[in-house]
Design a protein around this ligand. Structure first.
Ligand SMILES: Nc1nc2c(c(=O)[nH]1)N[C@H]1C(S)=C(S)[C@@H](COP(=O)(O)OP(=O)(O)OC[C@H]3O[C@@H](n4cnc5c(=O)[nH]c(N)nc54)[C@H](O)[C@@H]3O)O[C@H]1N2
Ligand SMILES: Nc1nc2c(c(=O)[nH]1)N[C@H]1C(S)=C(S)[C@@H](COP(=O)(O)OP(=O)(O)OC[C@H]3O[C@@H](n4cnc5c(=O)[nH]c(N)nc54)[C@H](O)[C@@H]3O)O[C@H]1N2
Ligand code: SF4
Ligand SMILES: [Mo]
Length: 730
């Protein structure tokens, strides 16, 4: 009998509604759910291929151990857990808890049970060496939010559905479907802005798929966005468009900022940004004059040189134009499952409370920058990382200087990876523990909910039945935590009580934690008998969950500072502005090296960071792992379309196929990340035959952003020359 199940896609923040047909525990079709009230029948190629991941014969179905010949052989769960616990305990006993490093990757944040167990898991391991995809993604956003709003996870979201001026900087939502902004089918939403008479402007070194839908595209030199945004503010000050009383109602510290803007006139930053002063001034005035304008920045900014400063500047422009908490502006989500409050309770809200051992880089929300991973493994001394746990992450392809990390991993005493596949990272593991994967589990979006301006909660049922010998991510994490002396909550007393309850037959399940979190969340009953609130039962009863409509206006209820205002003068930003000013002055005095170009990244519709390349439907057709080079730069370096170029950065030299295109501005080249699958070819045959090259072979682990220690993956200086492998080589 065929069953039809409505299920939210777990692959990215958009959370599209899917309809899956299942027969004999096999997913026979995946289609868009036209009745989904939010995503209304939208689906992307990854979502359409989700079943191919589940049924991939090369996906691991049980634990494996790496043998001395480098091959992996199946072992039992009991054997695997026993060995993991013994080896981790041994490292901890001999060298202390910080000798165990933990890295978790992007799919983890789409996994509510893993997220709810993470803090308890980390307590059981006991290490401060926790790293994640965050320092290649969102740590600057979290650090800026921490100082401005008092909570790392108080992340404002552009309300583009009600905006009439969308200034989109360093993001390509038409491909990514929006990041830190839940906007499925963003194409239609952007078209709607223009249809209602609004304006869309993209600021990006590349003429992106989003730029193609915009009214105006402004090419900008990589890493110069902070200067651009400060110049917008300076223009507004000099044109007398600042309402200081209005700003005083939402923020403190404007008076300290204003004099510091004087150094960033549009004329002064024109060369740094590559944008004419008149354009910067015009955009600033258009923005201020629009009824409901919003400026939004993402990966292009967060993974570049002044990431945290630029992210902070993003918010300042919105604050200066009274866009905070206003419809069409820079609003705050208020999710049923409130991860911001949970992170505060779990001690995860903070920045720079401790630093890494070797380079003294700061934590952000308990994460140290992943750019330290290789040096922390290589550098002897107390606290040296000697064992690694990776959870749903592929740092060899996703963090800077992948080759160094790959080599460092070989010297670990022990590595355990919780992952679906043997890949560039997990091939170094002694033991791989594969979960049953998402489709055999309940699903709700834990983190994306804070980026959603429609409040509500949706809990999808499992699509397929979990096999008897399969475990979910949370079960694997809990088993490891328990064997290391912890439990499901990480609170000793509570875990002891739960253990006793276990003897009486009570079983822990993250859904119970979810039910509790919903009740104490912003839309729950908070255990008050007279109050009605959203419950897990309600959410599960409807295939599309409980939808509460647009979040309320205002901002004070989401700000953790006692006065309910944004604090502009808080944190290291004024010093960072002074550093940027010095840098601009020095730039004026130095001659640019014409043979050098700046490498940036991009995303593609059919890729999911580093890991869906074993799906045939997603890699078929023309190769997308190509370096886009502007014709001017191609000519200067003697490069030919379709031929390989040799690209050299400070740390790496290697060949990359070239596509000559004026999509990228002169002086900038673009390569997607997440490729470079040659090392995994024995275990992922499709990915292996579409290997590509890894952008993070060239990116530099020693060059990080100043405030959050964020990896600089955009704006990497490289030199290009014709490769010896090119058929037209001289
Ligand atoms: N140069 C450059 N580098 C970048 C970026 C860039 O723009 N440019 N972007 C960065 C960003 S934003 C991100 S988020 C990171 C991503 O970097 P990572 O999070 O490190 O890596 P992913 O490519 O997402 O790989 C996810 C891994 O999890 C496994 N997996 C998938 N689902 C599950 C699951 O449910 N459970 C478990 N246990 N495993 C699972 C996959 O097999 C894969 O090995 O890359 C970053 N790196
Ligand atoms: N199809 C698909 N969708 C995805 C993903 C995927 O791999 N594939 N990954 C998901 C993840 S993990 C994330 S975090 C999101 C990211 O979502 P987005 O932030 O929208 O991602 P990108 O497409 O990388 O967009 C970054 C843009 O910044 C530009 N850029 C690079 N450097 C600079 C700079 O210095 N200044 C400016 N102004 N622009 C710059 C690039 O040209 C690019 O257009 O996407 C998510 N969605
Ligand atoms: S955009 Fe694609 S990958 Fe993201 S949730 Fe929707 S269908 Fe899934
Ligand atoms: Mo990401």
């Amino acid at each position: 009998m065929k069953k039809s199940i409505a299920r939210q896609c777990n692959l990215c923040e958009a959370g599209c509604g899917l309809i899956m047909e299942v027969q004999d525990n096999q997913i026979v079709s995946v289609k868009a759910d036209k009745n989904d009230p939010i995503t209304q029948g939208y689906i992307c190629p990854k979502g359409a291929s989700i079943a191919d991941v589940h049924h991939d014969p090369e996906r691991l179905r049980g634990p494996v151990r790496r043998e001395s010949d480098g091959n992996f052989r199946p072992i039992s769960w009991q054997e695997a857990f026993a060995e993991v616990a013994t080896r981790l305990k041994q490292v901890r006993n001999d060298h202390g808890p910080d000798a165990v490093g933990v890295y978790f990757g992007n799919p983890m944040i789409h996994n509510y049970s893993g997220v709810l167990l993470l803090s308890a898991f980390m307590r059981a391991v006991g290490t401060r060496n926790r790293m994640s995809a965050g320092s290649q993604d969102i740590s600057p956003r979290f650090a800026a939010s921490y100082y401005l709003y008092g909570c790392t996870m108080t992340v404002p979201v552009p309300d583009i559905d009600r905006s009439d001026y969308f200034l989109c900087i360093g993001a390509n939502p038409v491909v990514s479907q929006g990041s830190a902004m839940v906007t499925p089918d963003v194409k239609s939403r952007i078209r709607d802005i223009r249809a209602r008479g609004g304006r869309v402007v993209t600021v990006d070194p590349r003429y992106t798929e989003t730029s193609k839908l915009a009214d105006e595209h402004v090419p900008i030199l990589p890493g110069s966005d902070a200067a651009f945004l400060f110049a917008m503010l300076q223009a507004l000050v000099s044109e007398d468009r600042i309402d200081r009383d209005a700003i005083g109602k939402v923020a403190t510290g404007w008076e300290d900022l204003e004099p510091r803007l004087a150094a960033f006139t549009p004329e002064r930053v024109a060369e740094t940004t590559g944008i004419e002063a008149t354009t910067i001034r015009r955009i600033a005035l258009e923005f201020a004059d629009a009824k409901a304008a919003v400026v939004y920045t993402r990966i292009g900014i967060c993974n570049s040189e002044h990431a945290t400063l630029a992210t902070w500047a993003n918010d300042l422009v919105n604050i200066a134009c009274s866009r905070l908490g206003r419809p069409g502006g820079w609003m705050f989500g208020e999710p049923c499952l409130d991860i911001a409050a949970i992170s505060e309770m779990g001690g995860m809200n903070g920045h720079a409370r401790w630093h890494s051992r070797v380079r003294k880089l700061p934590e952000t929300g308990c994460d140290l920058p992943a750019a330290i991973l290789a040096e922390e493994i290589e550098t002897p001394g107390p606290g040296q990382i000697r064992a690694m746990i990776t959870l749903a992450g592929n740092p060899v392809l996703s963090t800077p200087n992948g080759p160094r990390l790959s080599k460092a991993m070989e010297q670990l005493d022990f590595q355990v990876s919780v992952d679906l596949f043997i890949n560039e990272t997990t091939r170094h593991a002694d033991i791989i523990l594969p979960p049953c994967w998402a489709l055999a589990e309940h699903h709700t979006e834990p983190l994306a909910a804070i980026f959603d301006l429609r409040a509500g909660i949706r809990v999808s049922p499992p699509v397929v039945e979990k096999g008897e010998d399969e475990l979910a991510d949370w079960e694997i994490m809990l088993e490891i935590a328990t064997r290391l002396g912890g439990g499901p909550t990480g609170m000793k007393m509570v875990d002891a009580v739960l253990r006793m309850a276990g003897w009486l037959g009570w079983r822990f399940h993250p859904r119970k934690l979810l039910a509790l979190m919903l009740r104490i969340g912003p839309h729950g009953d908070r255990f008050l008998p007279w109050k009605k609130g959203v419950t897990l039962e309600q959410a599960e009863a409807s295939p599309h969950g409980v939808q509460l409509g647009m979040v309320r206006e205002g901002f004070a209820h989401r700000i953790f500072h006692k006065d309910g205002k944004a604090h502009i003068a808080n944190g290291p930003f004024f010093d960072a502005m002074a550093d940027l000013e010095r840098e601009i002055s020095q730039r004026d005095e130095t001659e640019a090296d014409a043979s050098q170009v700046l490498l940036i990244g991009r995303r593609e519709l059919r890729s999911c960071n580093s890991w869906m390349h074993n799906v045939k439907a997603l890699v078929a057709g023309r190769d997308s792992c190509v370096l886009l080079v502007n014709p001017i730069d191609a000519e200067r370096a003697g490069l030919i379309d379709g031929e390989p170029a040799e690209m050299e950065s400070r740390i790496f030299k290697g060949d990359v196929p070239v596509r000559v295109s004026d999509e990228v501005m002169p002086g900038v080249v673009s390569l997607p990340h997440g490729w470079g699958h040659e090392p995994s070819a024995p275990w992922q045959t499709v990915a292996g035959t579409h290997a590509g090259v890894s952008a993070n072979d060239w990116t530099d682990d020693q060059r990080v952003e100043a405030i959050a220690g964020q990896s600089i993956l955009n704006g990497v200086p490289v030199k290009l020359r014709r490769s010896r492998a090119a058929s037209h080589a001289a």
